[in-house]
Design a protein around this ligand. Structure first.
Ligand SMILES: *Cc1c(COP(=O)(O)O)cnc(C)c1O
Length: 401
């Protein structure tokens, strides 16, 4: 059988990034600000490049996407005890950001295409009185974003986008992360740009940018930020915004900068693997794959599929067998959170009983990571192994017990 690669292999750090990081280490200037004569360094350069890439006025570099989500909620005026809407398919740091700010999560159903259920959003928004929607484009699946933005406006909701899996993705040519008040990105090793840790908040709103910059911990040196609102805007917010020390390190920016240019090639590589495996799985009996609308240009660094007929014990047996065969399958229906996978029953303050459909969908939902550089035979081997494993479980009457 074709050798399968390490599924956890992160995107590689290009030689230019390693050279830039080494030069920075030699200089010792790892903090983004300098009290005298500071020009901003790599963090400011990254903010300018990122804002250009997204077509936004402001980009604020921080130490993680979770920090960016927290700052976006804070800048949107969310206060402890406030209800905040969130789609019920996401990763722990999203309910974690709500917990950090003390908000009460109000879960919204998802569809079989793994995107937010807009009819349920309307119901939950009206029932809860929430003013903010934290929308996670979980695992890269975009809903109809113009329609969602229109619905949010009609419901009086501020939209914050969690774009940890959608750097390089767009809807009808408009980048994910630019449909709401703020978009939040991750540079964690499992995402599209790998610096270990790191995040970015983008916005067109000067008041939001000013608060994010000040809260991130700019001391009085925000003139060195890459994209910074006018001095009078900064002066207006400065007395009201505490320093939370969520800055990005210069080392992280040095590692990130050369990777921005590699994004289009990475996205093409991931999508080619994704589409090849998805086509095979989609044609196999027992597998259900999310429908991808024509307007959606995804950047799919992982692949999701459901096995709709399977009971819990069969799902478990499927994961064990696939892992034994060399494919690290993750399952969103586990009783306890496992690794990076969790579901509504695991999130602090959330009520899983509010989203029975999402729980039912996630009970048969699986996920595999797609390392860069998969060959076509490797893609086919992965698909064939998943198909063969599923059919063994289907035939094994003992697993049903
Ligand atoms: C990784 C991830 C985050 C958080 O990113 P960090 O940079 O690790 O804080 C948020 N949302 C989703 C969907 C993620 O996958």
């Amino acid at each position: 059988m074709t050798d399968l690669p390490d599924p956890d292999r992160p995107p590689e750090i290009p030689p230019e990034a390693i050279a830039a990081a080494n030069a920075l280490l030699a200089s010792g200037r790892l903090h983004r600000y300098a009290e005298q004569g500071g020009t901003g360094g790599p963090v400011s350069e990254l903010e300018r490049e990122f804002a250009r890439l997204l077509g936004c006025r402001y980009a604020v570099a921080v130490n993680s996407c979770g920090a960016a989500l927290f700052l976006a909620l804070k800048a949107a005026g969310v206060r402890p005890g406030d209800p905040v809407l969130m789609n019920a398919f996401t990763l722990g740091p999203v309910p974690g950001a709500l917990d950090h700010i003390g908000a009460r999560p109000v879960l919204v159903e998802i569809t079989e295409d793994l995107t937010i259920d807009m009819a349920d959003l309307r119901i939950k928004a009206q029932a809860s009185g929430a003013r903010v929607l934290m929308l996670s484009h979980m695992r890269g699946h975009l809903c109809n974003l113009p329609a969602l933005a229109t619905l949010c406006a009609a419901l009086g909701l501020t939209l914050i986008e969690d774009c940890a899996h959608t750097l390089g993705a767009s809807w009808d040519g408009q980048q994910a992360g630019t449909f709401g008040q703020a978009g939040c990105f991750s540079f964690q090793s499992g995402k599209h740009v790998n610096t270990g840790e790191g995040g970015m908040l983008v916005t067109d709103d000067a008041d939001i940018a000013a608060q994010a910059i000040l809260h991130s911990g700019s001391y009085m040196l925000h003139g060195q930020n890459g994209t910074v609102p006018a001095p009078e805007v900064m002066a207006r917010w400065q007395p009201r915004c505490g320093n939370y020390s969520m800055r990005m390190s210069a080392l992280v920016a040095a590692l990130a900068l050369p990777q921005l240019a590699l994004l289009p090639a990475r996205v093409a590589d991931w999508n080619a693997s994704h589409d090849r495996i998805a086509a095979r799985l989609g044609a196999a009996a027992g597998f259900a794959l999310p429908h991808r609308p024509r307007a959606e240009a995804y950047a799919q660094s992982s692949l999701q599929f459901r096995l709709p007929g399977f009971a819990s014990a069969q799902m478990q047996a499927f994961c064990v067998a696939a892992r034994a065969g060399g494919i690290w399958v993750k399952w969103f229906g586990t009783d306890q959170p496992e690794g990076y996978s969790s579901n509504p029953a695991h999130w602090h303050g959330a009520e899983a009983s509010d989203v029975p459909r999402a729980c039912e969908i996630q009970a048969t939902l699986c996920d595999i990571r797609l390392p860069l550089g998969l060959s076509e035979p490797q893609c086919d081997a992965i698909a064939d192994l998943l198909i063969a494993t599923a059919s063994t479980i289907t035939e094994d009457r003992h697993a049903k017990a």
